[in-house]
Design a protein. Structure first.
Lengths: 422, 422
């Protein structure tokens, strides 16, 4: 049994280096399509630690027919680099583990809203600010530096550990799926998303879809109906889908995991492109939307309800049904059943280190965690430290909390996998 | 005095060739930024007729400070080719004339809505279909082939004629302005837009503007107010501007030229771009709009009313005032006072050829005509034949009507400019 005080000191000793490493990791603009430089740097870091590195792109793996797969548009999977590093053990003394984090980040959006360069992380008042710091490059640093701390004490995990950095978490989850399709399995998976030291008990799924709305174009000098004006029609479809969302939220009040949250299901008309010329009635408008999916609601049902809401609105507008396509997340909501050995271990460590019980979280977003538990039967823990401003220009991660998370993971590895001399 | 029957025969004799020539002209995709190949072809056609050709680009002319100038965005004026061909006469026997047409066309929009290639004109049932046929390449063919018909009878105009093909009519009018700034003047201007054999008595102006709306972005898992969601906020600004439009239309009922038309003032939110990522609350949305301007309403007042409507909406949304910029047409509405000699001459010819009185039209769109009359004191006639589906995939021009228009122009030139032996 490793000495807790020594482990704490080892994590603390490495934390200056960890902070620099995180700043380097967060300096990569690893938005979709731009993962390679970030992943190649990580592959080098992993190889330098003596781990076997499998660097591949998603297009090298057959995933299209698999459960959990989401359709992909506007992306070239020959550029979607994934990295799985493996610490291999010949005679295991414990259980195997997947430590997994995503390195894709969401776009920065309107640059006027940033008070710093999104990809030049800045530490202020104990928080590191910058795109991707909280979601979730801090977590990636925690899993790497937890192993570094053990090594500093002369140990390596006593059974197999895969250290995985994926992309596509923010739009499909196909990066996580590709690791599983490629054969990486373990007795548990641990994903250190910045969850405020809570564990995800339940999470919403989501569907992404696009409406291509056609108008009946002409010169602007003539008056037109809403249904003939592709942009005004888009507004009507947004209203219709807000109505559907309210209907689903009314059903959600009795949900065992989301009933206590006001309006947990979110509808986001998050991207719009329409029209070419101000002197013409717009002939087209593409509206892209995201809608949450409650655990227990099937994706097929949700998609049918979306289709029906759009169909009814089109009829009311006396317009053609827009082309409706599913363009990203087709992610099930999921409840991670309590009572696994992995969770019990994490809960114990959390209580020891934070002095309070581990609280479960019903998260109104979607993470990669579902793949392990729901589709591959691998108990999966999503747990990490404090962050704020996820997807916002104010994104930041609390460094003290990150250090604690690193220590949690180090202890978890020591007890789950056992230890061997390095 | 030229023999009307001979002139009619000469126009008819050339009409097969004119139809082919129009089809060639309409085969150029002369949307904004792509004018050069079309204009270069025209310059060659004009030079072959013995006219002196001035081919220039708008950036060669100082227009920015001039009355009638509209701000330009998203265009490179070093590519905006204009052509002024001149038939010069040493000892004029009549009055000088500008024959002017625009060759810029509006974008085709959603290609699914076209049953033909927009730039491969097709003749069906006596109508030529294709982008730009009606608006207004047919008119350009009429002014050229009117002069050809005279030539076929052995005549040329007895005083100076400028044959001008401009661009930018569909967004600023800066092409027309550049010809005037470059010094081209005459005793009258004739613009053969497809006006259904009516003459424009009054036309609306228009203003084009862009709102750059910023949200308060974040992860979609949190609920947000409309004012924080740039795309939902854009919908609120659209509603506010619809309200302003209704207010202006309520005032328009007493307008001497537009009072008889229901809701003559049109608001078109014609182009929208917003958001980057469905998992993020959109941080930005750019909404581009066009609003008509009644004759008698000053541009400054209309702009102030737009600003105020946006300001009030922003306050109601508890959002920052969007950046508001004026990005195209800042075009005055105008009434072309009746009673000019040029109009009297046209009215007489129209009545002779069509057997009915020339009707004045209050047009709910904007043309280049205002530049001549309003800003440079040149009597200007906007008159041409039948077209339909302006700015729509159904755009077409009636060939019989075009032939009549060609004859009208030929007679007008003969009487306005006088004739000399070729």
């Amino acid at each position: 049994m490793i000495d807790p005080t020594a482990l704490r000191a080892a994590v603390a000793e490495g934390f200056g280096r960890q902070t620099e490493w995180l700043a380097k990791l967060a300096s990569f603009d690893s938005t979709r399509g731009n993962e390679a430089p970030c992943q190649d740097w990580l592959a080098g870091e992993f190889a330098a630690r003596g781990w076997a590195v499998d660097r591949y792109t998603i297009d090298e793996v057959e995933i299209a027919g698999l459960t959990g797969y989401s359709p992909v548009v506007d992306a070239d999977y020959s550029k979607a680099v994934q990295v799985v590093a493996t610490h291999q053990v010949e005679a295991p003394v414990g259980r195997s583990l997947i430590l997994m984090g995503h390195i894709d980040v969401v776009p920065v959006g309107a640059t006027e809203l940033w008070s710093q360069d999104p990809f030049r992380p800045e530490v202020r008042d104990g928080w590191m600010h910058g795109r991707g710091t909280g979601d979730m490059k801090a977590g990636v640093s925690a899993m790497v530096f937890a192993l570094d701390a053990l090594r500093r004490l002369g140990y390596v995990p006593g059974s197999r550990v895969h250290i995985e950095t994926v992309s596509e978490e923010e739009c499909t989850g196909n990066g996580a799926l590709s690791t599983l399709a490629r054969g990486y399995r373990a007795d548990a998976a641990f994903i250190p998303e910045s969850m405020g030291h809570q564990i995800i008990r339940a999470e919403l799924g989501s569907v992404w879809f696009r409406l291509r709305i056609l108008g009946r174009p002409g010169h602007v000098y003539a008056g037109v109906s809403t249904g003939s004006h592709a942009i005004l029609a888009a507004m009507a479809y947004i209203e219709a889908l807000k109505g559907l969302t309210a209907e689903i939220n009314a059903e959600a009040v009795t949900h065992p995991y989301f009933g206590a949250i006001a309006d947990p299901v979110k509808f986001n008309p998050g991207k719009i492109r329409g029209g070419d010329w101000l002197g013409s009635i717009p002939s087209w408008c593409e509206l892209e939307c995201r809608l949450s999916v409650l655990p227990g609601h099937s994706l097929a049902d949700v998609r049918e309800r979306v289709s029906e809401a759009v169909r009814r609105c089109a009829a009311a507008l006396e317009a053609e049904m827009p082309a409706l396509s599913w363009i990203g997340f087709q992610a099930d909501g999921h409840v991670f059943a309590p009572g696994t050995e992995a969770e019990a271990l994490l809960a114990g460590i959390h209580a020891e280190l934070l002095g309070r019980e581990l609280e479960p979280l019903s998260m109104t977003a979607t993470s990669d965690t579902r793949f392990y538990d729901l589709y591959y039967g691998i108990p999966a823990l999503c747990y990490g430290g404090n962050a704020r401003g996820m997807h916002a220009p104010s994104e930041a991660v609390e460094l003290a909390s990150l250090q604690t998370t690193t220590e949690v993971i180090a202890r978890f590895v020591a007890r789950w996998c056992g230890l061997k001399a390095a």
